[in-house]
Ligand binder design. Structure first.
Ligand SMILES: NC(=O)c1ccc[n+]([C@@H]2O[C@H](COP(=O)([O-])OP(=O)(O)OC[C@H]3O[C@@H](n4cnc5c(N)ncnc54)[C@H](OP(=O)(O)O)[C@@H]3O)[C@@H](O)[C@H]2O)c1
Length: 327
């Protein structure tokens, strides 16, 4: 690393540390400033190989967390915020945080990063205890630096725990390489992908320096991704499911599924809790979306029962390969 690059890197690192002081004036200043970034060569040199030695992450059901291959620890259950806006979004995030949820999923495309950031900032919970994921949309891939700065500014949390590419698309590798620079600069902690499947993953991995820590894909009992999930996990990458309950507006049939109702009754739990628990037991992180505080609380109460192997198999048999969205 030449002297200038080293200085830039150190400056960016210090800015990152300062920004971690949650809620301070420094954090606002840092978020408002454009980040000083190391070069691609520096990123490649300093991060190549770390993924090979890092852990893939099995779930710790006591702490309810997983250690990602990036070395950071992430909760294994959270709140999804798709379609939640304004006060509804703020109140949902607040309700989740009050119920013990420490993982919040947002995206540029959801148009609610400002609300998510505000709810986290005003929660009174130390910044370090909350894990926030956001995503860059493919129409941002041609101007990744601007897009990342926008996410940092809108969330205004000093740093972002994880940024995903929302879908494969033109310029995705270049956008990811830009994200890698922000990891080196301490403004983003972990990286990941969304809607990447067996077809796209190997080629993508061969082109980047930091192995994604997570892949977020559609997963519910009617669309189980039974080959994709172990394929991703074998690479040391954590899997997270979107639409765990079948998706807002798409879940009427799933939430009445007789097999799930029967299993729920046997455990004195709700059908939704059985779906969430099934995910956890197959190593899939859950981020159910909800604007209802009672539902949000119910969705956290999934660690006081265990599905038997037979019950897991009965749920597996519900798979129809039925996608509830186009990607
Ligand atoms: N990466 C991607 O491409 C992608 C795509 C889609 C979604 N996502 C992420 O995944 C998250 C989850 O998806 P989603 O929110 O669309 O769908 P979802 O979690 O599958 O289902 C949400 C629906 O279930 C209801 N619900 C939640 N908890 C319930 C409970 N305990 N009992 C009964 N109903 C309950 C919600 O209604 P109430 O509000 O009334 O509780 C809402 O209608 C999103 O919020 C987003 O963060 C990512």
């Amino acid at each position: 690393m030449n002297r200038m690059a080293l200085l830039s890197f150190l400056l960016a690192f210090l800015l990152g540390l300062t920004a971690c002081q949650f809620g301070g004036a420094e954090e606002k200043t840092a978020a408002a400033q454009k980040t000083e970034l190391p070069s691609s060569e520096t990123v490649a040199k300093e991060t190549k190989g770390t993924a090979e030695t890092a852990k893939g992450g099995s779930f710790d059901l006591v702490t309810k967390t997983v250690e990602l291959n990036s070395g950071y620890v992430m909760p294994i259950y959270g709140l999804g915020t798709y379609s939640l806006h304004g006060d509804t979004c703020i109140q949902a995030v607040q309700a989740a945080l009050q119920s013990g949820v420490r993982l919040i999923d947002t995206a540029h495309a959801y148009g609610n990063e400002v609300e998510v950031g505000e709810a986290v900032r005003t929660s009174g919970i130390p910044r370090e205890e909350i894990f926030v994921i956001t995503k860059l949309y493919p129409d941002q891939f041609t101007r990744p630096q601007e897009a990342i700065e926008e996410a940092l500014r809108k969330l205004n949390l000093g740093y972002i725990d994880m940024v995903l590419l929302h879908h494969p698309g033109r310029g995705d590798v270049a956008a990811y390489k830009e994200l890698e620079k922000y990891v080196a600069a301490g403004k983003i902690r972990s990286l990941g992908l969304s809607n990447w499947y067996i077809k796209e993953l190997p080629e993508f991995l061969s082109q980047v320096s930091i192995k994604p820590a997570l892949v977020q894909n559609e997963i519910h009992p009617y669309y189980q991704d039974r080959e994709v999930v172990p394929f991703i996990q074998k690479q040391g990458i954590t899997v997270q499911g979107w639409y765990p309950l079948g998706g807002r507006g798409h879940n009427a049939e799933l939430l009445k599924e007789p097999v799930l109702s029967e299993i729920a009754k046997a455990h004195g739990k709700t059908l939704v809790q059985v779906i969430l628990r099934w995910n956890i037991q197959r190593g899939v992180v859950v981020i159910p979306g909800s604007a209802n505080p009672a539902h949000i609380k119910e969705n956290t109460e999934i660690f006081d029962f265990v599905l038997t192997d037979e019950e897991m198999k009965r749920i597996e048999a519900l798979d129809r390969g039925e996608k509830h969205d186009w990607y």
